[in-house]
Ligand binder design. Structure first.
Ligand code: SF4
Length: 171
């Protein structure tokens, strides 16, 4: 099961810190083989690193530097997502860090080009978007969705997927 690395306690965030999640450690990790993955670190953006935001541009939504908006890491993040998807076709689920411009699922703010105004508070990070597109049926949760009921359902869903004779995988 894929998981944003920072949720497992790895210090990979842009500020060099983690987002350790006790529910993941206590209620999910004992039942799954976790595959921690940080798309920004794997994309070579460094730890710590300058923060990025999702920006609505004339070319669509792009990941640009918060302080250096000419720095566009969109292509890098999408490439990393494709490499990940190609490497793990038997993925059974993914837990994502909410609000992240890479990992957030329907929780990430999309800003206007001046980065002053939120145009959409329910955007998805570029990595999360690409994973959802490549694995349309994959059980996905944000860390902020985790509670007893959603964890039970999620574990049930990923068990079913793990037992499926042929995993569906969109090229
Ligand atoms: S949210 Fe995603 S990109 Fe950001 S630190 Fe966590 S794993 Fe890395």
């Amino acid at each position: 099961m894929g998981i944003s690395s920072c949720l497992t306690g790895q210090r990979v965030r842009y500020d060099g810190l983690d987002k350790f999640n006790a529910l993941v450690a206590e209620r999910i990790a004992p039942y799954c083989r976790l595959l921690p993955f940080c798309p920004e670190a794997v994309a070579g953006m460094g730890i710590p690193r300058p923060p990025i935001n999702l920006i609505q541009t004339a070319d669509g939504i792009r990941a640009l530097g918060r302080d250096k908006p000419h720095r566009d890491v969109t292509g890098r993040l999408l490439t990393v997502a494709d490499i990940f998807a190609n490497s793990y076709p038997a993925l059974c689920g993914y837990i994502l860090q909410s609000r992240s411009p890479s990992c957030g699922l329907n929780t990430t703010p999309v800003l206007d080009p001046t980065q002053q105004q939120v145009l959409d508070s329910q955007g998805s990070g570029l990595f999360a978007q690409r994973i959802r597109a490549r694995f349309p049926d994959l059980p996905l949760l944000n860390d902020t969705d985790l509670n007893e009921a959603t964890i039970e359902r999620f574990l049930h869903d990923i068990r079913l997927r793990a037992m499926a004779p042929g995993l569906r995988f969109k090229q």
